[in-house]
Write a protein that binds this ligand. Structure first.
Ligand code: GLA
Length: 420
């Protein structure tokens, strides 16, 4: 169960999604997003962090408000022991509900679930991992705990002192506390306040002097992909909250179409954390979810119960070939090239001229004697191609117009080294 605050957030997020759906897509010829110059001369957010999409684990999707220090330690242990760390999962991120009270000097303390944050950070670091934390620009977080309004610099310094490596900054109560209170009828002024709030924490993190991945969580409002990189954002949520069911995963996936232009090294679209291994997702759904997040160059932040993880879920999360699609250094996000009925075909260009093709059966029951036929011509390919089927782990031959039979919500994911 998630806190009630998330329910109202879901409603707000739905409203924001409707608003997003009504916005015209940005033409691909538009100038690249502006970057803020940092003292090093590197664009802010494209420095040493997040040159490929961040990988790790976050507490929210499984533990929600119940997460404790011990859960974080156990999860870090499992990341190291399960092979996930070796596969690239590095960030162990504490989401909402770690916060206690501010003292008379304004310094924020942890609550009883997290007795000593510095000791926890040291523990996570001792495993060769990094640690993330959560706050927001309002008075309160989404779950109703103290957030950073008026204490941005103090909090950023505290994170740096603790040794925090990643901050998820969630808009939540800032809408009521500031935007709607101070400019009730002026949407443009509200949006400016939101930009300023993200810029303020960006500067505070920068001034605190520790490299910290800066993750915006404001559900894609106001075409965040256009302005987040210029404020130091390394990633930004593009939608409302994900849930562990196919409908949620597939609708979020579909909303990423057209955003591929904005992803690149140091700055990524974030279609939300993984639900692989959660809820009642079938193995096909888990595979497809993971494959498509890799195609999208999305952050791969697992959100499952790591100590209780089944081997088949570990095998999905640690599939090196699929992870390599996500972590490809070119940093291109996939495009949906075409759809026929319930089947979507996405293509991602990879470094060295390679290509990944994903054929996804989004339908819930189609499995017939008239399978989908894959058009290589529509993908700009000529003739037969050899590739690797990344889930079967075998060489596969792709021919134009070849039949592809996929079970409900399953995927064919192929890497072609030399597309012609
Ligand atoms: C919002 C975010 C979630 C999670 C919760 C925590 O709903 O979108 O990812 O961080 O807040 O309260």
């Amino acid at each position: 169960m998630r806190p009630a605050a998330s329910v109202s957030l879901a409603l707000l997020a739905t409203a924001s999604l409707l608003a997003i759906a009504q916005q015209p897509r940005t033409p691909k010829t538009q100038a690249a997003p502006k970057m803020l110059a940092s003292p090093s001369g590197l664009p802010e957010g494209s420095g040493p962090v997040a040159l490929t999409p961040p990988m790790g684990w976050n507490s929210w999707n499984y533990f929600a408000g119940k997460v404790t220090d011990q859960d974080i330690r156990n999860s870090a242990d499992q990341i190291a022991a399960s092979g996930m760390k070796d596969a690239g999962y590095i960030y162990v991120n504490i989401d909402d509900t770690w916060e206690g009270k501010r003292d008379e000097t304004g310094v924020l303390h942890t609550n009883e679930k997290f007795p000593d944050m510095k000791a926890l950070a040291d523990y996570v670091h001792s495993k060769g991992l990094k640690i993330g934390i959560y706050s927001g620009p309002g008075n309160k977080t989404c779950a109703g705990y103290p957030a950073s309004l008026g204490h941005e610099e103090q909090d950023a310094k505290l994170y740096a002192e603790w040794g925090i490596d990643y901050l998820k900054y969630d808009l939540c109560s800032f809408r009521e506390d500031v935007m709607r209170t101070e400019a009730p009828d002026d949407k443009a002024a509200q949006m400016k306040m939101m930009h300023d709030a993200y810029a303020k924490m960006g500067k505070a993190l920068h001034d605190a002097g520790r490299p910290i991945v800066y993750s915006f969580c404001q559900y894609g409002w106001d075409a965040v992909w256009e302005w987040a990189p210029s404020l130091g954002g390394n990633l930004w949520r593009t939608t409302g909250d994900i849930q562990a069911n196919w409908h949620s995963i597939y609708s979020i996936l579909s909303e990423q179409e057209g955003l591929e232009y904005y992803a690149g090294p140091g700055h990524w679209n974030d279609p939300d954390m993984l639900e692989v291994g959660n809820g009642k997702l079938s193995l096909a759904e888990n595979r497809s979810h993971f494959s498509m997040w890799a195609m999208l160059s999305a952050p791969l932040l697992a959100g499952n119960d790591l100590p209780g993880m089944k081997p088949e879920i570990r095998d999905i999360l640690t599939n090196r070939d699929v992870i390599a699609i996500d972590q490809d250094k070119l940093g291109k996000q996939a495009s949906r090239v075409y759809s026929e009925g319930e089947v979507d075909v996405w293509v991602k260009n990879l470094s060295g001229g390679a290509m990944a093709i994903a054929v996804l059966n989004a339908g819930s029951d189609r499995y017939s004697t008239h399978p989908f036929h894959l058009s290589l011509a529509k993908l700009g390919l000529r003739g037969t191609h050899q590739g690797k089927d990344l889930w079967a782990g075998k060489t596969v031959e792709l021919k134009d117009d070849m039949p592809v039979e996929l079970a409900a919500h399953d995927i064919l994911l192929v890497r072609i080294a030399n597309p012609k």
